[in-house]
Ligand binder design. Structure first.
Ligand SMILES: NC(=O)c1ccc[n+]([C@@H]2O[C@H](COP(=O)([O-])OP(=O)(O)OC[C@H]3O[C@@H](n4cnc5c(N)ncnc54)[C@H](OP(=O)(O)O)[C@@H]3O)[C@@H](O)[C@H]2O)c1
Length: 292
């Protein structure tokens, strides 16, 4: 099983954080000091700018610290962007050339010699498993990527790709949070358990929705967490991460905040074993009904 850190830090929102390179370096160092060494990227984050902004901070770290970082990045989505004026429509591209070129560009932007894990960002109906497998093998043989995985794939899409790849796919990065529980009921978690890989949970706070509810259901989840927070003295975000950690598939949780104190709040979740009945109370609030 891929040794992701229990918590990973996602850099999707990096451009919103408005950090100078020295501040990014301090943030990376602080997350390493908290045991958060898996850092998540994608070529497209920040309209193709996040990886390069991260790279400027990453370069300021001592080499020994850089080596502690496990870099994850993704490829396959082609955005409409000022940086690609010839593009007419947002689309996916899993051609051999695009995968290889995307990795090479990510490495330059990140200032890294290799990616620890490359993920295919979203499934495409035009994805040819053999062509992707060839790109994976060549990237691995060239030492540019150690391991491969997927994101937002169904179990059947995962299996179809796995059938063509010589390397085991090490993860499926999917949306999991107390306000988004599909993964627990669509067979996703069971697939991870059966095939012995760790999922990565994106938007564990529902992109912030858990704390600033958008729907009545979100509000019900927040109310349930607020009660638990009052009785345990733990903040709601810590409880939300602990709720996800209770899952037997042992998800690596992707934190989306740029604030150090919020990373610390997440680390505190590792030492809280969510009581069973409280866990089901949150599930009930999230689904709007109890279990059968
Ligand atoms: N594979 C995919 O398709 C996919 C899709 C989406 C995301 N991702 C990955 O998952 C990572 C996390 O996603 P996410 O950013 O949506 O995660 P999230 O943790 O669900 O949401 C982060 C948002 O919640 C806010 N927040 C965090 N703690 C808070 C608190 N205690 N009180 C109030 N607001 C709080 C953050 O604001 P502050 O910054 O102000 O704290 C930020 O705006 C991304 O960085 C990316 O790496 C992957």
């Amino acid at each position: 099983m891929k040794p992701f850190s229990h918590l990973a830090h996602g850099y999707w929102r990096l451009m919103e954080w408005n950090l100078r390179p020295e501040e990014i370096a301090r943030l990376i160092q602080a997350s390493l000091d908290l045991g958060i060494y898996t850092l998540d990227h994608a070529d497209i984050y920040g309209d193709y700018r996040c990886e390069a902004a991260f790279g400027k901070g990453f370069a300021l770290l001592p080499a020994a610290e850089r080596q502690r970082v496990q870099l994850v990045s993704k490829c396959g989505i082609k955005l409409l962007s000022a940086s690609a004026p010839e593009r007419r429509i947002k689309h996916y591209d899993y051609s051999y050339d695009h995968i290889v070129q995307s990795v090479e560009t990510s490495l330059i932007r990140l200032g890294a010699e290799k990616l620890d894990v490359l993920l295919l960002h979203r499934p495409s109906p035009l994805l040819q498993p053999e062509e992707v497998a060839r790109a994976f093998s060549d990237l691995q043989a060239a030492g540019k990527v150690l391991d491969f995985g997927v994101s937002n794939f169904t179990q059947a899409q995962f299996d179809a790709l796995q059938g063509a790849c010589e390397q085991p796919l090490v993860t499926n990065q999917v949306q999991i949070s107390p306000v988004h529980v599909d993964y627990l009921f669509d067979g996703g978690q069971d697939h991870a358990l059966l095939h012995d890989y760790r999922p990565m949970a994106w938007s564990p706070l529902g992109g912030g929705r858990l704390l600033t509810p958008k729907t009545e259901r979100d509000q019900a989840v927040l109310d349930a967490f607020s009660e638990l927070s009052a009785s345990t003295g733990l903040p709601i975000d810590t409880l939300a991460y602990a709720w996800i950690f209770k899952l037997p598939s042992n998800p690596c949780i992707l934190l989306g905040s740029g604030k150090l104190e919020r990373l610390q709040a997440a680390v505190n979740a590792l030492s809280y074993d969510f009581p069973l009945e409280d866990w089901y109370t949150i599930l009930h609030a999230s689904r709007g009904h109890g279990i059968a």
